[in-house]
Design a protein around this ligand. Structure first.
Ligand code: SF4
Length: 147
């Protein structure tokens, strides 16, 4: 079975911006059984946990306090891509709506909880490099279709 890459917070790591986790037990199990490797692009880019939340705004990523963290997000995405390549991953299950890991829709940069069409920085890089990205929600709905 092919190894997949998953957002580290989905596997139970407390790497979310507020020090929390986004644990999905089914995804944690894949990691424990050796079928998945993890990456947290924001930590890989050098940002601390906990950290001030950031959102994509046009071509930049800006923290709620107004700091431009585009370079950290891009460098974290490159590091996550390296991990995916080193492990032969062709599929990634990434956390929905995140400015790094979201796919299809992300927060709009206003820090008001509004969503816009778009991808996180890591998702964009993965897709450009031929790695299929699905959200944890899509992953779970696929499992439900298995008889
Ligand atoms: S960058 Fe991705 S893996 Fe890290 S906490 Fe955010 S959603 Fe989770």
């Amino acid at each position: 079975m092919e190894t997949i890459l998953v957002s580290k917070c989905l596997a139970g790591s407390y790497c979310r911006y507020d020090g929390g986790t986004n644990l999905v037990p089914e995804i944690q199990r894949l990691v424990e059984q050796g079928f998945a490797v993890t990456a947290c692009p924001e930590e890989l880019g050098g940002l601390p946990t906990p950290r001030v939340p950031s959102e994509r705004h046009n071509s930049r990523v800006v923290s709620r306090e107004g700091h431009d963290v585009t370079l950290e997000f891009e460098s974290g995405a490159e590091a996550a891509l390296r991990i995916a390549r080193e492990n032969g991953c062709r599929t990634a299950v990434l956390k929905s709506r995140s400015p790094s890991c979201g796919k299809g829709c992300i927060y709009d940069g206003s820090f008001t909880g509004k969503l816009v069409a778009g991808n996180g920085v890591t998702t964009d890089l993965f897709l450009k490099n031929g790695i299929r990205v699905i959200t944890e929600e899509e992953f779970l709905s696929t499992l439900q279709m298995v008889p």
